[in-house]
Design a binder for this molecule. Structure first.
Ligand code: ASP
Ligand code: MG
Length: 427
């Protein structure tokens, strides 16, 4: 379909000035028809997580006060963009969305944490998308707002919901082409979906990129552009001291490897569906909207990559051995890996050394204690938190000399053009 998908993350709309810049980007850089997929404003998701935590700890007053702050922020934001009757109408519309959550946290907590999380946190994207839609309309653009939950259908694995590809594909194609006939721009939400029982779900933190890829894939879009606060996909984290350079071209394979290895620039589930349909991904800088950014697609020529460094902090390093004097069998490994999956833990690196299984794990839902408890009858387990996983692609040990200096290497693993270190940081 002759269509572009554009994704705007939270940083691109973190304040009213940025929102105005996004409107200009849509006017000047985005060709229509287009679907715009948007995240919650700035750090709203983090703020909503505080509401969830207080609510689920049965501290209703605290939950309400966090929630009031979020509401005020959104209202103040709108007040600096709109006035008069238009402002009133928008505030009313946002208020309807807020009221739903108000009612939700009014009821005592008697459900599952992850379920409550999705009902509350999903509101961030509902609000930001309505605001962007109204800003586009105020600028004279032919925008239509779409509730992503009408088309993004998932299972009920709350906080990490799995997409029902068949149903979502069908609904997206039933609804969006029709909307595009009379509107050149569709504004919808990233990150959120909906179960068959109509409960909101979320696709995992930073999941809006993945939502955008879902829309692009289901609609066979021409391309997906993700607007970021960096010049493109870089050879390292630009926020760190080490000099980095922009990668102009990346193959799907390299981008897939980088994101799977923990590069935060794009959500790891984004690349695969795009690659299968050969939809190119453009990562561009909203602070410098005329610059080229990075293009991810299949290139005819082989690309020579410079060394690429990926730093992934906050992991758990786990050492597991069998308590009695038997050796670690295949069955043991299968029990352990099953529990990794059961507790929604991410396996990042594993190796058997001297009859001990060494694992570097991501624990986004803080389930590691449950994981250890479920295994500690049979296994001796030690864990260390705050472990850094450092990954180098296409380089040599010399390239990471400074990064390794002074730190304790818990595990090093080498495969083809990738070397990884799990590090106990000494400062
Ligand atoms: N707002 C969500 C988050 O902060 C989703 C996203 O930004 O992609 O995780
Ligand atoms: Mg974000």
């Amino acid at each position: 379909m002759n269509l572009e998908i554009n994704k705007f993350g939270g940083a691109s709309i973190k304040d009213p000035q940025r929102m105005q810049q996004v409107v200009q980007i849509v006017q000047n850089q985005v060709s229509t028809p287009a679907v715009l997929v948007v995240s919650a404003l700035g750090k709203t998701t983090n703020a909503l997580e505080k509401v969830v935590a207080a609510y689920c700890q049965e501290k209703p007053d605290e939950a309400k006060s966090h929630f009031q702050k979020i509401l005020q922020n959104h209202f103040d934001y709108c007040r600096s963009l709109f006035e008069g009757a238009q402002l009133d109408a928008i505030l009313n519309e946002l208020n309807d969305t807020f009221v739903e959550i108000d009612w939700f946290i009014e009821e005592p907590f008697d459900s599952e944490y992850n379920y409550a999380y999705d009902q509350i946190v999903s509101v961030g994207e509902m609000l930001s998308s309505k605001m962007l839609h109204h800003c586009l309309k105020a600028a004279g653009l032919n925008s239509q707002w779409l509730d992503a939950r009408d088309v993004i259908k998932t299972d009920n694995k709350h906080r990490m919901a799995n997409l029902d590809w068949t149903l979502s594909h069908k609904l997206i194609n039933e609804i969006i082409p029709d909307l595009i006939k009379s509107n050149s721009i569709i504004v919808t939400q990233g990150f959120i979906g909906c179960t068959s029982e109509n409960f909101s779900t979320t696709l995992g933190r930073e999941g809006s990129d993945y939502s955008a890829a879902i829309f692009a894939t289901c609609l066979s879009a021409n391309k997906l552009t993700v607007w970021k606060d960096v010049p493109g996909i870089m050879t390292g984290d630009p926020a760190r001291e080490r000099p980095v350079q922009k990668l102009n071209k990346l193959s799907y394979d390299e981008a897939l490897a980088m994101t799977n290895l923990g590069a935060k620039v794009i959500h790891p589930k984004t690349i695969k569906p795009l690659a299968e349909k050969e939809i190119s991904l453009h990562v561009r800088n909203f602070l410098d909207p005329t610059s080229e950014g990075t293009i991810v697609k299949n290139f005819d020529e082989d690309i020579e990559y410079p060394p690429i460094l990926i730093v992934d902090d906050g992991n758990v390093f786990c050492t597991i051995s069998v308590k009695d004097n038997s050796t670690l069998s295949e069955e043991d490994q299968s029990t352990i890996f099953n529990d990794v999956d059961k507790f929604n833990i991410q396996l990042k690196l594993d190796q058997i050394v001297d009859d001990r299984l060494l694992l570097c794990l991501g624990d986004p839902f803080e389930n590691i204690n449950g994981f250890v408890e479920s295994l500690n009858d049979r296994y001796e387990i030690s864990i260390e938190k705050n472990v850094q996983l450092l990954t180098l692609r296409n380089g040599s040990d010399q390239d990471v000399k400074e990064e390794l200096e002074g730190h304790i290497i818990l595990l090093k693993k080498e495969s083809l053009n990738t070397v990884q270190w799990a590090l106990h940081l000494s400062n």
